[in-house]
Design a protein around this ligand. Structure first.
Ligand code: TRP
Length: 432
């Protein structure tokens, strides 16, 4: 069986060198592995959580699609599509929403960080937080589970989301009684470099220290020449350790080139020369991509067609038939096929039950009966339903005959029978 590998790309912002080295390049290299069926999609529904400027959303989707194609993604060899072109993802999101524990979502890092920030600022805990942010992990789970992906290459910050996808998938499988979903694994590649930005911190849009991937050569050069360096003069040996310039070079160069660059550092290369070498090296890799990128962006209709075609084939092959099966599973069914079959008595009917009730004497009672209606335990009368309820709760946890010993109840069958019934109840509760 081939391994299905799936990755989503959030369509926000303009790709920078850090995205290229950390995400695009390794993912495309992996897509050439023969034994994998790869899924790459533009997570445009996710992008709406943060970006609510329609023109920018459209532009960013175009730029990111063009970037992946320019970098060598082959849309006839891998699945390349736009999330919003696959409506089954949204439908599955709702099915999963209905089995997802709200408490689990409360613990999602991104949501918790937003709550913590509000709390620290003395605001209402949920101030300014949309339900979209809260539901982010469910939408992501639908992305993954719809295609029964085995592996999801992600950064460490996304591991929790993959765990949640497993959890929601497992709950669905359990509730609907079959392994509909494959449980995905996060695939973490610790070797991919995080690239430093202009100021030496991690290259990131939020630090404003990025180099756009497809900056024109003159701008690329200007940005590279603005990279922070120390004040050592030409002729003085330089440290490769902690030099952002060196790390950037290394991310593009072969080991031999890197060794030669390190030697140049030791020999006291001037920063101007080092920057020129870095520019030349990056430009050598990026120039052909930039050319393809510009051609692609100039023909947005072609990109549109590629994406639509990808989604149409993918829906026909996987999403539409699978959703049909899932609709059936949850009971969104063709009514004409329901015939006269009343719902089958499910396993629940075989379980013992506690019943609480009030008698003509005005007092509150309970009893425990088995599936056939045989009464196993009968209580005396209590003044309040609360007192009766408390004893029921205590009884539910009883695991030994001693723990059931109280004058307020009578066992009508041997203690072992009652204990077995209580154990069955607990097991059923734990499984649901
Ligand atoms: N949340 C991911 C990110 O920010 C993007 C994403 C959306 C994703 N859906 C996905 C990644 C499904 C992997 C699988 O990077």
């Amino acid at each position: 069986m081939t391994t299905r590998v799936l990755t989503g790309i959030t369509t926000s912002g303009t790709p920078h060198l850090g995205n290229y080295v950390g995400a695009v390049r390794p993912a495309i290299a992996a897509s050439h592995a023969a034994d994998a069926e790869s899924f790459y999609f533009l997570a445009d529904l996710h992008s709406l959580i943060k970006a609510q400027d329609p023109a920018r959303t459209q532009r960013s989707t175009l730029e990111i699609a063009a970037t992946w194609l320019a970098a060598g993604l082959e849309p006839d060899k891998v699945w390349f599509y736009r999330q919003s072109d696959v409506p089954e993802i949204s439908e599955l999101t709702w099915f999963l929403t209905c089995v997802a524990g709200k408490g689990i979502l409360n613990r999602a890092h991104a949501y918790k960080a937003a709550v913590d920030k509000n709390t620290a600022e003395g605001e209402d805990a949920d101030a300014g937080i949309t339900a979209g942010l809260f539901m982010y992990p469910v939408l992501m789970a639908a992305d993954i589970l719809l295609f029964n992906a085995h592996q999801v290459p992600v950064g460490r910050d996304q591991i929790q989301h993959i765990e949640m996808a497993r959890d929601f998938g497992q709950r669905f499988n359990h509730v609907y009684g079959r392994d509909y979903f494959t449980l995905p694994e996060a695939l973490i590649d610790d070797h991919v470099a995080t690239l430093p930005g202009l100021d030496g911190r991690k290259m990131s849009k939020s630090y404003g220290n990025t180099i756009p991937l497809f900056a024109k050569p003159a701008e690329l050069k200007k940005l590279i020449f603005s990279i922070l360096t120390d004040s050592r003069a030409p002729g003085e040996p330089k440290d490769t350790e902690g030099s952002p310039l060196f790390q950037l070079y290394q991310a593009f160069a072969t080991p031999e080139e890197t060794a030669a660059f390190a030697q140049a550092y030791a020999d006291g290369i001037g920063w101007g020369d080092a920057k020129q070498q870095l520019f030349d090296r990056v430009e050598r890799d990026i120039a052909p991509l930039r050319e393809r990128y510009e051609t692609l962006v100039a023909r947005p209709d072609r990109i549109e067609e590629i994406l639509r075609d990808g989604a149409a084939r993918l829906r026909a092959k996987y999403a539409t038939p699978f959703l049909r099966e899932l609709r059936e599973a949850v009971g969104l069914r063709d009514l004409s096929a329901a015939a006269a079959t009343a719902p089958k008595a499910v396993a629940k009917a075989a379980l013992p039950v506690f019943k609480q009730y009030r008698e003509a004497d005005g007092r509150f009672y309970f009893k425990l009966s088995d599936a056939q209606g045989t009464v196993l335990v009968q209580s005396q009368g209590f003044d309040s339903p609360r007192d009766a309820g408390q004893l029921v709760a205590a009884l539910k946890n009883a695991e030994t005959a001693d723990q059931m010993e109280t004058p307020q109840i009578s066992l009508l069958v041997p203690a072992e029978v009652v204990l077995a019934a209580l154990a069955a109840l607990r097991e059923a509760a734990a499984a649901s």
